[in-house]
Design a protein around this ligand. Structure first.
Ligand code: FAD
Length: 404
């Protein structure tokens, strides 16, 4: 078993690490300052556009897309260590490289299932980083972790479909650059096969009847850098029938295909967040003294740091194994491992960030250090893209089935 990265990955890692040092970390403070001066906090700070231009110039662009016709053509195993590096600055680096959710998943859907016209109209500007997009599935009125509950209606009417429903926590939708929504809803609510009732449809933001109503908060944060998480109402929204993605009833299958890569990308970035937390813990521990000695000399602090290191090494190995399986046997073959990392990574990284917060004292919960916001962001990943319990249920059932 060879644990080394291949030559292309190493070369890209070196370039990306330099890009982070020279451009991304210095931009973190500037982005905040620029955002504070914008007419709306949802607008994109100038420095983000500068970072995008620089990343593109350096060839650090669309690294997530395995299809070489559209992106960098990297395998999941090659992309994993790069996504991890971007996770160290999760509010800037993924966007700078055009590798941010939910655009990544939406680009994958369009590249795999979109018609030629849909790819031209939406995929091309997304690949160029000219527009952003959102994915609208979750609804406040129903338990949306069970996608069969979705109530939004997509009804055929002549040459159009009419969309009616209410969604929330739609990431990215507060950003005015978010030009298009991929909406999941029911085209055949009474269909016998509950997995064939749903479809996905493209809804341009400026379609009459679409209202981005308000920004939902995440533990009090509005998550400006990710374009927020909006409540969105679709009231008699009429779009051409050609906006349907794939076939009627294909929504469930597309959602499954979309979520595999999305989940592993989150886990890769979470490991980067944990690495940042360990770095911050060590820096603080050597710099701060209490009761006559640096915090770094307290056994309990050493235990936190050691345990965090052990946890990160374990998680990384599992994520890399999952990436390798996705490359070699496909997303279906890697089902158990994808669920394992989706269960294990957010939970463990939340724990590491919590300990980093503790080490920083009041500073840890403050706005002066990134830890509190990183914690809130990691915590949401125990819910987003499927709550822990749903993955545990399905993984356990597969394990148990072997003995029935
Ligand atoms: C920050 C953030 C961003 C998000 N971005 C998006 C987005 O861009 N687009 C989008 O469509 N959605 C998005 N979501 C929504 C997210 O995907 C849902 O919150 C998630 O799927 C859970 O659905 P729900 O909130 O309706 O919870 P529910 O389905 O009501 O579930 C509530 C709880 O019930 C328990 N539960 C559910 N099923 C089971 C089970 N089988 N066994 C045991 N316990 C169970 C779990 O503990 C679960 O957390 C986002 C959420 C957050 C917090």
């Amino acid at each position: 078993m060879d644990f080394a990265f291949d030559a292309r990955t190493e070369e890209l890692r070196t370039r990306l690490l330099t890009f982070m040092d020279e451009h991304v970390y210095p931009a973190e403070q500037i982005a905040e300052e620029q955002r504070a001066r914008l007419a709306s906090p949802w607008d994109t700070p100038r420095i983000v556009e500068d970072l995008k231009a620089e990343a593109r110039r350096q060839g650090l662009w669309n690294l997530f897309l395995p299809d070489a016709a559209y992106g960098a053509g990297l395998t999941n195993l090659q992309y994993a260590p790069l996504a991890e590096i971007t996770g160290r600055s999760p509010h800037l680096a993924p966007t700078a490289l055009n590798c941010a959710a939910p655009d990544t998943g939406n680009m994958e859907v369009l590249s795999q299932f979109g018609s030629e016209d849909q790819r031209k109209q939406w995929l091309e500007p997304l690949l160029a980083g000219e527009i952003r997009s959102a994915f609208a599935m979750t609804e406040p009125e129903v338990a949306s972790s069970d996608a069969t509950n979705i109530e939004t209606r997509i009804e055929r009417d002549g040459d159009s479909y009419v969309v009616d429903g209410r969604k929330w926590y739609i990431s990215g939708a507060m950003n005015p650059d978010c030009a298009v929504f991929i909406v999941m809803g029911k085209t055949d609510p009474d269909g016998e096969d509950i997995r064939r009732q749903q479809s996905m449809i493209l809804v341009p933001r400026d379609t009459p009847g679409l209202e981005v109503r308000r920004a939902m908060q995440v533990y009090g944060y509005e998550d400006h850098s990710h374009g927020g998480h909006a409540e969105v109402v679709f009231d008699g929204v009429r779009v051409p029938a050609a906006n349907l993605i794939g076939e009627e009833g294909g929504g469930f299958a597309i959602a499954q295909a979309r979520l595999g890569p999305g989940r592993i990308h989150h886990c890769m970035r979470l490991i980067g967040m944990a690495e940042r937390a360990i770095e911050l813990m060590c820096r603080r521990a050597v710099a701060r003294t209490a009761f006559g000695k640096p915090l770094a000399q307290q056994g309990v602090v050493q235990n936190w740091i050691a345990d965090a290191r052990v946890t990160v090494e374990q998680l990384r190995l599992l994520v890399l194994k999952t990436a390798w399986l996705m490359d070699t046997v496909g997303n279906r073959g890697a089902h158990t491992e994808i669920q394992s990392i989706k269960i294990a990574t957010p939970r463990a990284v939340v724990g590491i960030l919590d300990q980093a917060v503790q080490l920083y004292g009041a500073g840890g919960v403050s706005q002066d250090f990134p830890l509190a916001e990183l914690w809130a962001s990691a915590r949401t990943l125990r819910l987003a893209d499927g709550p822990d319990e749903v993955h545990q249920r399905s993984l356990a059932r597969r394990e148990i089935k072997k003995y029935l």
